[in-house]
Design a protein around this ligand. Sequence first.
Ligand SMILES: NC(=O)c1ccc[n+]([C@@H]2O[C@H](COP(=O)([O-])OP(=O)(O)OC[C@H]3O[C@@H](n4cnc5c(N)ncnc54)[C@H](O)[C@@H]3O)[C@@H](O)[C@H]2O)c1
Length: 375
Amino acid sequence: MKEMNVGIIGTQFMGRAHSNAFLDVEYYFDLPAKPVMRAACGRNKENLISFSQRFGWQSYDTSWENIVQRDDIDMIDICTSNLTHMPIAVAAARSGKHVFCEKPLCMNAAEARKMLDAVQDAGVCHMTAFNYRRVPALMLAKKMIDEGKLGKVHHFNAVYYQDWLVDPQFPYIWRHDIKEAGSGAHGDMNAHTVDLARFLVGEFEAITAMQKVFIEERSLADGSQKKPVTVDDAMIFMARFRDGAVGTFQATRFATGRKNYLRLEIFGSEGSVFFNLERLNELEYFSRSDEVAEQGFRNILVTESAHPLIDKWWPPGHIIGWEHTFIHEVGDFIAAAVKGEPVYPDFYDGLRCQQVLDAVSQSAQEGKWVEIPEN
Ligand SMILES: NC(=O)c1ccc[n+]([C@@H]2O[C@H](COP(=O)([O-])OP(=O)(O)OC[C@H]3O[C@@H](n4cnc5c(N)ncnc54)[C@H](O)[C@@H]3O)[C@@H](O)[C@H]2O)c1
């Protein structure tokens, strides 16, 4: 069997989620190549060695520049902080590697354009890891919208709530530094909901935004010094879509009690759907075509073999989890890379998302509506 030799950069949260996906994917999906976990890269050597041993990465190196040049690697998986995505992706593409990159694609639209040019010039496969496109319940929502079950979509409302920063003692990390993260809750969480809005409803036309920093400085973990927080703690915006729908978006890490609460409400002329990531096997659906006396939101348990991707997993009612979204995207990426086919969301989708994110940041600074470029 063919091999897809993987080099992963980044060994912590996403490094673990992606490693789990490479380990599992071949047991559930029929792939044209077997993923081989060839090399791992991280900055801290001690952590890197323990990560490599735990997940079975065959070798390790603290230099991503070395990994992207290796002849025995076919694809680079980028799981690092946002500042590093662009240089790693461009170098990997120039070295002929397929590139799988975590979201947000990078720091801004100018960087995203460079990344898209690099992968297109090299003719390699590319994907932005917006994993929530591969939640079966959201794939079902997409199918229902495409089939016209919701009619004309009027509203796309998204909230993404977490609460891990409401604790003032939570230390300063790279996610608080605009130079390394690009933005705060915005690029981290609105990146997902902006991509889902494009996936489910279509392109954005214009937005207007506000942002808030609730805690202006935080101490380093070792208590040695305080550093200013240079990113948003919360970003809220309104949107107009090109096809006439309107939307609202909120991302905050100060939603006390909410842990990873990504909720979507999509209201159409014929029906509506409602999704909550913390109950990811479920999709609520209201149809105006039901008999009036029996109308109401029904809760679809998205675990039937007739539902997207579920036939690869368990019998009805045996729910899947958050980690499965990564297995789904890794499987699709490997299949596309081997066959030389496109796979979505790709770097163009990453660029389009970044254009919206940039416009929102600009609007929050300038206090006015900002138009989104047409392409
Ligand atoms: N899809 C999702 O649901 C999701 C969730 C969380 C994070 N992310 C994204 O994944 C990326 C990583 O986030 P995370 O939460 O895993 O971060 P993290 O802080 O947990 O891990 C970052 C890793 O990057 C490594 N790294 C940073 N700079 C490096 C360099 N120059 N060379 C080698 N290694 C380097 C660090 O050593 C560390 O292993 C971010 O872009 C983030 O937005 C996506």
